[in-house]
Design a protein around this ligand. Structure first.
Ligand SMILES: C[S@@+](CC[C@H](N)C(=O)[O-])C[C@H]1O[C@@H](n2cnc3c(N)ncnc32)[C@H](O)[C@@H]1O
Length: 222
């Protein structure tokens, strides 16, 4: 049984590796190398600085499942790393795309990747990479599509969700929140679906392989 699981994990790992390599070659970018530490000296205790990108197939499956009118929403990648998801969001039809990233070198990589990418409708898309701690960042007062690939540990995640709730309460507008998580379980990167389920302003609308999605279109309670 365990051998079967290990085999499937290894096959999935290789498949994801090939898909991310194909993505980088197709768009002329470098997003696939994992970064264990951001090297910026800004890491804080309890904050992830581990970069690993969302597998491209997973992102496309999420968008297909949600059927969002992308042009109406500002896309936000919380912890955008090297910007792979920002490029996928532009391909998916979002016209305002923001990445918030704690690590200066990773934020610089995201900017470089956007700059040199091919085959992305860049003229029609307003990209913005913000180098900041997302727990101190104010989202724009537009309809939001917020994407997270396991960027935060529990404490900063709660702060981020509380800030988002306040922002949606102060300026009511529709919002999606998608939480994607690694399929390989690890004690250093626990899956935190419970934190999202506990957020009173979020209603779960989808639950797929490696992600959960939420929506709020009501004025969020304070
Ligand atoms: C697992 S990676 C996901 C990268 C990207 N979103 C993707 O899916 O391809 C998580 C990222 O979150 C960033 N991060 C961690 N804590 C953060 C914080 N407090 N504010 C902004 N970014 C943060 C890390 O540096 C890392 O690049």
């Amino acid at each position: 049984m365990l051998a079967g699981k290990a085999y499937h994990g290894a096959v999935r790992g290789w498949w994801v590796h090939l898909a991310t390599l194909a993505f980088d070659l197709r768009y002329g970018v470098e997003t696939r190398t994992i970064v264990q530490h951001d090297g910026s000296g800004r890491a804080q205790p309890g904050v992830h600085t581990y970069y690993q990108r969302t597998p491209p197939g997973r992102f496309r499956r999420i968008m297909a499942a949600l059927d969002v009118d992308a042009g109406r929403f500002t896309f936000v990648d919380v912890g955008c790393g090297k910007g792979a998801v920002l490029l996928l969001a532009a391909k998916a039809g979002f016209r305002r795309v923001i990445g918030v990233e704690l690590s200066e070198p990773l934020a610089a990589s995201a900017e470089r990747n956007i700059e040199k990418s091919r085959g992305i409708p860049k003229d029609d898309v307003a990209f913005d990479v913000v180098c900041a701690d997302v727990t101190e960042w104010e989202p724009p007062r537009t309809p939001l599509f917020v994407f997270l690939f396991n960027p935060l540990t529990a404490e900063p995640l709660r702060t981020f969700l509380a800030n988002l709730q306040r922002s949606l309460h102060d300026a009511p507008r529709p919002a999606y929140v998608v939480y994607a998580y690694p399929l390989a379980r690890s004690p250093s990167f626990p899956v935190q679906v419970d934190e999202f389920d506990a957020a009173p302003f979020l209603r779960r609308i989808a639950d797929g392989r490696g992600y959960v999605a939420y929506q709020t279109s009501e004025p969020a309670p304070a």
